[in-house]
Ligand binder design. Structure first.
Ligand code: PLP
Length: 427
């Protein structure tokens, strides 16, 4: 397999783009080698500029849940394009997408659309502070909530990939109200509440996908919600990754827990830049123009993005692929475990719905510290062998592999074969 044209574009890209990328994980920093440049994608496959075709388990880090260029989504986008791209005024599409989203999440009466998951979370945090009149926020080590200053501490995703404890350029003052707890450890949350009486809220990924996949232990989310509310604080569930991905009503539907504030992104834009935050009427009345919490956006509720979101969610509801996702993830888990055993490689596989990934460790992974025991050099070897065998994986141990409903039986067999060859290379 040749990567000549990707290599050429990478060298050209270095001139005017930082690291030739527009988001750090795309730089392949932790797996070595140069990033792939993509030419096109369709269904379950993605093709690079050297015409290598891969089964795509990155899916743009989650949004492309129906696979690439689903025909109904594409039709809706083309139709919307003919009417204009952006108006700076309200459209019917915003109301339609808002209803689909609010109907899916039990505790959500109103939603506000923004342009990214980062914006959704930073607005959600501001809302929790505005509503409670308190300042401090608890986040969990290894959870990633976008690149806003206040939450770039002990974060997963790109920071974990690059082994950064936080980001340069974030002033001390911006993180002085951020407290860190351990995932799946309610006691670590309680300790903060015992020490501080000005905690506005606790934010978490209900299933963490930014330290690799880490699932909440039995009862953790429900007990957390009960405890946080008993202290007069809000539970902010960041479903940017899990919303509509693990179940139509997100992880909240699966775990039967209701957020006070929900943050969304990725799937709700069908591949276009959309984020959202939503809550009950009472909480959302804090937001301008009804209340005094300001948040705005020139392109928020963009009509093309709304059309992509509406058509994606409508098709997703119709397909209801969630049971099938579980089955495929289970099959991949078995392939991984059997192949690892055959080649004498220690792995732990975590999965949840359409999110899965192997850690190269013999430790059970329930939090960030345990995730960090994974041998990232082994992941790098595994990653490149999978690439050479036609499967596109996230170039980082600390990201989830995603499944799309476009995957075929043939794709799954190819993934199995690639896993076996790659595990042999790791051994
Ligand atoms: N929250 C979670 C859970 C995410 O996974 C991400 C991105 O990966 C974000 C927030 C930030 O979203 P965006 O990259 O769209 O700003």
């Amino acid at each position: 397999m040749e990567f000549k044209k990707s290599q050429e574009l990478y060298n050209k890209g270095l001139v005017n783009l930082v690291g030739a990328v527009n988001s750090p994980v795309r730089a392949f920093a932790s797996v070595g080698g140069n990033p792939l440049f993509i030419k096109k994608a369709k269904g379950s496959k993605i093709t690079d500029v050297d015409n290598n075709s891969y089964i795509d388990l990155v899916l743009s880090y989650g949004p492309m849940i129906l696979g690439h260029r689903h025909k109904k989504v594409e039709k809706a986008i083309r139709k919307a394009l003919k009417k204009g791209y952006s108006f700076g005024a309200s459209t019917k599409g915003e109301i339609k997408l808002a209803k689909i989203v609010c109907d899916a999440f039990l505790g959500m009466d109103k939603v506000r659309f923004v342009n990214s998951g980062t914006e959704a979370v930073l607005s959600g945090i501001r809302l929790a502070r505005a509503y409670t009149g308190k300042d401090k926020i608890i986040k969990f080590a290894g959870c990633y909530h976008g690149h806003q200053d206040a939450l770039l501490v002990a974060a997963g995703s790109g920071l974990a990939t690059l082994s950064l404890p936080g980001s340069k350029g974030v002033p001390e003052g911006a993180v002085k109200n951020t407290l860190i707890a351990n995932y799946n450890d309610l006691e670590s949350v309680k300790a903060h509440f015992e020490a501080h009486d000005d905690i506005a809220g606790v934010i978490l990924e209900p299933v963490a996908g930014n330290m690799g996949v880490v699932t909440p232990q039995d009862g953790f989310l429900k007990e957390l919600k009960e405890y946080v509310n008993s202290k007069g604080a809000l539970l902010i569930i960041d479903e940017v990754m899990t919303g509509f991905r693990s179940k139509f009503g997100g992880a909240q539907e699966l775990f039967d827990v209701e957020a006070d504030i929900t943050c969304l992104g990725k799937v709700i834009g069908g591949g276009f830049p959309v984020g959202a935050y939503g809550a009950s009427n009472e909480i959302m009345e804090t937001v301008a123009p009804l209340g005094g919490m300001y948040q705005a956006g020139t392109l928020s509720g963009n009509p093309i993005a709304m059309a992509a979101g509406i058509s994606t969610l409508t098709e997703l509801k119709k397909q209801n692929p969630y049971e099938k996702f579980n089955e495929i993830a289970q099959i991949i888990e078995v392939f991984l475990l059997e192949s690892a055993k055959k080649h004498g490689v220690e792995i732990t596989v975590n999965r949840f719905g359409s999110m899965i990934n192997p850690f190269f460790t013999d430790v059970t992974v329930t939090n960030f510290k345990e995730a960090q025991t994974s041998d990232t050099k082994k992941y790098a070897t595994f990653f490149w062998e999978m690439t050479k065998n036609g499967v596109f994986l996230p170039p980082s141990q600390f990201e989830a592999w995603f499944l799309s409903s476009a995957l075929t039986e043939n794709d799954i067999q190819k993934i199995a074969n690639a896993i076996d060859k790659s595990m042999e290379a790791v051994s």
